[in-house]
Design a protein around this ligand. Structure first.
Ligand code: COA
Length: 303
């Protein structure tokens, strides 16, 4: 197991997506190569298995990406079918964990389709555990969406105006008793969570602190544009416990929709824990439709 050589990037990416139908595979390989070329994928995390040490024939690949704040993202190991497939996938998974530890990652996540139980096995062997299912939703934006909500009982203050510390404190307070991956609460500091969101954020970030009429902070809204695609992510919105169940979530959502639309976005994309019924009802009630569902596996290193 070793990082792919530059000449092997196309073959390694083909191995990563070998399980997909040809038409999807070609698109995914092209996209992965483009992300390597523009620096969004670190190719030193593209690990390959060869049929013999030093040989040119690749028999498997996987991808490990370190993220800010001691986090990491791991793609499921993929090996060519044959008698050694499982052994190669297991060896790739072990190499991935060695890389996670060497790079100082304290936690990592991996996404895969619910039907892909077999590749998940290799991850489970090295300590990944099933966490939850994540629902992916999207909504078209129209010019009518670009209206700020003047009737809201809350105010929106830009991240730049209030600064990182208060924002991080309120963000963390919105995680309390949340149904969105509550198992992860307490595993990361507020600054680590903010650092993860910052990787996708332009400067100044399109993030807002939400204040109630009395001026007290009650929530946050975090948007992330995806450069050049017309798609924006609603990376997160949340209210602190005492501000929930009053119908205020819709004001945060409408504000997010309006800001993305005003900025020229044509789609707003988001994901939510499939167990988070209040959030899913809120999104589905405002025109979002679910287009994907994925299993999330979670690994936690020592320390
Ligand atoms: C998700 C969240 C923003 C919703 O905001 P809210 O103002 O509390 O929600 P609302 O009171 O408007 O309720 C939203 C919907 O969920 C429903 N709902 C509320 N509590 C519920 C519960 N306990 N079980 C099931 N549904 C519930 C409401 O009836 C409403 O649906 P409806 O419009 O079809 O009647 C808020 O609960 C929150 O911040 N939670 C913690 C952070 C979080 O989970 N963020 C989302 C990350 S994706």
């Amino acid at each position: 197991m070793s990082p792919a050589r530059p000449a092997e990037y196309p073959a390694a990416c083909r191995a990563l997506f070998a399980h997909l139908p040809a038409v999807d595979r070609i698109a995914r390989v092209d996209r992965a190569l483009a992300l390597i070329a523009n620096g969004e994928i670190d190719p030193t995390g593209l690990l390959v298995a060869r049929d013999m040490p030093g040989a040119d024939v690749l028999v498997g690949a996987m991808l490990v990406q370190h993220l800010p704040g001691s986090a990491a993202s791991v793609w499921v190991p993929r090996a060519v079918s044959g008698p050694n497939q499982r052994a190669v996938e297991d060896a790739l998974a072990r190499a991935a964990v060695a890389r996670l530890r060497a790079g100082g990652a304290r936690y990592a996540q991996s996404f895969l389709k619910p039907e892909e139980r077999l590749p998940a096995r290799a991850l489970e062997l090295v300590g990944f555990r099933f966490l939850t299912q994540l629902a992916f939703l999207i909504r078209d934006l129209t010019p009518e969406d670009a209206r700020p909500n003047f009737d809201a009982p809350v105010r929106f203050v830009t991240y730049s105006a209030i600064g990182p510390n208060l924002f991080a404190d309120v963000l963390l307070a919105t995680y309390e008793d949340s149904r969105d991956c509550p198992e992860l609460n307490g595993t990361r500091s507020a600054s680590e969570i903010v650092a993860e969101y910052r990787t996708e954020a332009p400067s100044p970030p399109p993030w807002w602190l939400v204040e109630a009429g009395d001026g007290g902070p009650v929530g946050v809204v975090i948007l992330s544009p995806k450069d050049g695609t017309g798609v924006w992510d609603l990376s997160y919105l949340g209210l602190i416990p005492r501000a929930r169940d009053r119908g205020w979530g819709k004001h945060l959502l409408r504000y997010a929709v309006a800001r993305a639309s005003l900025a020229g976005a044509v789609y707003l994309n988001l994901s939510a824990d499939a167990r988070n019924e209040p959030a899913l009802r809120l999104y589905q009630g405002h025109g979002f439709r679910q287009y994907d569902l994925q299993d999330v596996f979670w690994w936690r290193g020592a320390g």
